[in-house]
Design a protein around this ligand. Structure first.
Ligand code: KIV
Length: 293
């Protein structure tokens, strides 16, 4: 029995995302970083797959997103691209790839489309990034915005802290959201902000909002695959819901494998290749045939 869900009639595009907002149909988004998980997410009906720069932490073991490079992001986006046939595929522009000049940023955004098959790039930041985002959109590359708790600004924020907790900070977020909306972003990720602020932004912008730690009223939600699957090793943030404990399952499978190898229960004879009987005999006439034809 298949337990897949979602709408499989068409590929998800920028237009589909906009339509979903108009129809109040929640947008399901998830990160993926490799062929296997992207295949599962695409088959399960995820609308938008993000190759997030969270790759740095959950796959590469860094303690922030800052070290991940363009080459690493491209490498993983290509693997995801090979698995994705329906979802809208977004690649995260890593720290440093759009901070040192418009020309370089445009070249890097184009590399994601040309060399890895991404359909959009994601850029962190509000008004300060709007000029750049307009240029990228003019270059025919859809952009997903990202405001609130923006992990690439960890040093400026002084840690991973919920944003938008004062009237001044809320006004700033509302202005950022309006400016990105006006610039024409394909979607807007709202991360780590109070639910009440996400409600306001979602009501005020035309573009779909995708929440992570922003409450249930956004037009869609996104989670990091490893958080959802229980493949992270620290206590998860409050907004994470673990839908399974793959870590426990995999550990138990590896322990069983180890025990079988140590007790020589693996591999069994049925899991071995055999010579035909005549060849076994020719090889060692004194030994009875082990098994086989
Ligand atoms: O890198 C990432 O995974 C993200 C999501 C948290 C939105 O940016």
């Amino acid at each position: 029995m298949s337990i897949t869900t979602g709408d499989f009639r068409q590929r998800i595009t920028v237009q589909t995302l906009a339509e979903k907002k108009r129809k109040h149909e929640p947008i399901v988004s998830l990160t993926a970083y490799d062929y296997a998980t992207a295949h599962l997410a695409d088959e399960a009906g995820v609308d938008m797959i993000l190759v997030g720069d969270s790759l740095a932490q959950v796959v590469l073991g860094y303690d922030s997103t800052l070290p991940v490079t363009m080459e690493e992001m491209l490498h993983h986006t290509r693997a995801v691209r090979r698995a994705v046939h329906r979802s809208f595929l977004v690649a995260d522009m890593p720290f440093g790839s759009y901070h040192t000049g418009t020309r370089k940023a445009l070249e890097n955004a184009a590399r994601f489309v040309k060399e890895s098959g991404a359909e959009a790039v994601k850029i962190e930041g509000g008004i300060s990034r709007v000029k750049l985002i307009r240029r990228i959109i003019e270059a025919e590359i859809p952009v997903v915005g990202h405001i609130g708790l923006t992990p690439q600004s960890v040093h400026r924020m002084g840690g991973y802290k919920v944003q938008g907790k004062t009237i001044t900070a809320i006004d700033e977020l509302l202005r950022d959201a309006a400016a990105l909306d006006e610039a024409g972003v394909a979607a807007l990720v709202l991360e780590g902000i109070p639910r009440e602020v996400a409600v306001r932004i979602t009501a005020e912008v035309a573009t779909p909002t995708i929440g992570i730690g922003a409450g249930p009223d956004c037009d869609g939600q996104i989670l990091v695959f490893h958080d959802l699957a229980g493949l992270t090793f620290n206590a998860p943030p409050k907004f994470v819901r673990r839908y399974c404990n793959a870590g426990e399952l995999i550990t138990s499978a590896i322990q069983s494998y180890g025990a079988d190898v140590r007790s020589r229960a693996f591999p069994a004879d049925e899991e071995s290749y055999h010579l035909p009987r005549e060849l076994q005999h020719a090889l060692d006439p004194a030994e009875p045939a082990i098994q086989g034809k």
